[in-house]
Ligand binder design. Structure first.
Ligand SMILES: Cc1cc2nc3c(=O)[nH]c(=O)nc-3n(C[C@H](O)[C@H](O)[C@H](O)COP(=O)(O)OP(=O)(O)OC[C@H]3O[C@@H](n4cnc5c(N)ncnc54)[C@H](O)[C@@H]3O)c2cc1C
Length: 419
């Protein structure tokens, strides 16, 4: 049967690792706590009612259906025992010959875990649906509210963090308020909603060149977003947010700031960095346990003196490289050091506006948005998803509508004081 490789995580890194093993003389078990792979770059579109969960996610079992040497198991990995080469899941232990740990990262609150219930982050489909619920309920609650100050608070949306996710959320919320909901209410003007984007650093989209950062900010301002940079959030309470000694009364607070690696990194028993990531050898495996590899958002890989960013391309390339090195090890060949090839950065700022930073090409505006759009269609997994997303976007572009404006889950209007 060949050696047994366990891959933890069916995200970008885990899936690309599994694909390398196609036809190889190994037995692979891929473990994930979810039965689906999520295309995280489009999660904000689910959170802002533009796409349905099924449009951006696919069952992992289906994605790998043609790879007969891969077993996909729905399992929550609780810990890893590197000494006995065992992965402990919620359904018992599994032993491995080689291990790829690619469990990703989640949002972090800079030591303020108590902020999470008031300011949810965006990582899973459930997170996106919860955000969508809160945003839509805020407008519904405002429609029923008669006190002007309370109504103002209900129509104030604060996004914390000016990276790509924060910028995308802010742009989409502004579109919802100004266009999608226009004329749908009788007692409020949705377009009067206040949308604030708070960023602790000096600019939004800090990883982009200055020209594109400036263009992104200008696009947000044009959409009616209040962009505040150099503003650190110091408190989040039931009434709103405190930042730069000002209290902003807001019903809806969305978190797009810090990230922390999966806690599984700790159980590898090797040093971890500030954000909980593991620094492997250049070959992506651990010095102490060369049969254990890390890839993706959990991996702190330094190239040319700089840590690689937590983005999908890095995860994909690391996942594939870890798998190739396992095949080298099995054949008794030397392992190869990893080198990331950067194809560039893209981010969108609402309808018809994006920034693209690819090699010498640094553009913003409508053509950049079109490029962003087709790139994401190309990246999506599954032909059906590509067609559906393209159709939804074309419809939304022409009509300004977001079709998936559904409030699901608990009745938020009755519970709004607890949100
Ligand atoms: C909202 C958002 C927007 C983003 N936008 C972009 C973008 O536009 N461009 C870009 O390049 N990158 C973007 N990223 C970053 C990109 O999605 C990540 O870098 C990438 O997903 C990392 O891949 P990964 O395989 O390391 O982790 P993930 O894709 O997060 O996969 C980890 C997998 O491990 C599973 N898992 C975790 N813990 C366990 C456990 N204990 N047991 C079992 N399974 C477990 C999870 O269910 C998940 O399926 C975005 C991320 C987010 C959250």
């Amino acid at each position: 049967m060949g050696p047994h490789v366990i891959i933890i995580g069916g995200g970008f890194a885990g899936l690309d690792a599994a694909r390398v093993f196609a036809g190889a003389p190994v037995r692979v078990t891929l473990l994930d706590r979810h039965n689906h792979h999520v295309f995280q770059p489009l999660l904000y579109q689910v959170a802002t009612a533009a796409l349905s969960p099924g449009d951006i996610a696919s069952p992992i079992r289906w994605i790998l259906r043609h790879q007969k040497n891969v077993d996909v198991l729905l399992a929550d990995v609780v810990s890893i025992d590197v000494a006995s080469r065992t992965v402990n899941t919620d359904d018992g232990p599994l032993s491995y010959d080689f291990l790829i740990v690619a469990a990703g990262a989640s949002h972090a609150y800079f030591g303020h875990g108590e902020w999470e219930p008031r300011a949810p982050g965006l990582k899973t489909l459930d997170d996106a649906l919860e955000m969508r619920r809160r945003v839509l309920i805020a407008f519904e609650a405002a429609e029923r509210e008669t006190d002007p100050a309370a109504q103002r608070r209900l129509l104030t949306f604060v996004i914390v963090g000016g990276g790509p996710t924060g910028v995308e959320l802010a742009g989409a919320l502004a579109e919802i308020a100004r266009h999608t909901l226009h004329g749908n209410f009788r007692h409020i003007r949705p377009e009067s909603a206040r949308i604030l984007l708070l960023e602790g650093g000096p600019s939004v989209l800090p990883t982009f060149p200055e020209k594109l950062r400036t263009a992104a900010r200008a696009s947000l301002v044009k959409l009616g977003v209040e962009v505040r940079t150099g503003v650190v959030v110091t408190g989040i309470d039931s009434d709103g947010v405190t930042a730069a000694q000002e209290h902003i009364a807001a019903q809806t607070i969305l978190w797009a700031a810090g990230v922390a690696a999966s806690p599984l990194a700790k159980s590898l028993g090797v040093p971890i960095d500030r954000t909980g990531r593991v620094a492997p050898q250049p070959t992506l495996n651990l010095r102490e346990h060369p049969e254990v590899f890390v890839a993706g958002d959990m991996c702190a890989f330094v190239q040319d003196g700089k840590p690689l960013p937590g983005v999908a391309q890095v995860a994909k390339q690391e996942g594939a490289h870890a798998a190739k090195n396992i095949l080298h090890a099995i054949r008794g060949e030397p392992l190869e050091p990893f080198r990331y090839v950067n194809y560039g950065n893209v981010a969108t700022i609402g309808r018809g506006s994006a920034v693209v930073d690819i090699g010498p090409v640094r553009v913003s505006g409508w053509f950049a948005w079109l490029f962003w759009l087709f790139l994401h269609i190309f990246w999506l997994i599954g032909f059906r998803n590509r067609i559906v997303v393209l159709t939804e976007w074309a419809w939304a572009y022409v009509t300004f509508q977001r079709r998936i404006r559904l409030i699901t889950g608990t009745n938020g209007l009755k519970r709004r004081s607890q949100m």
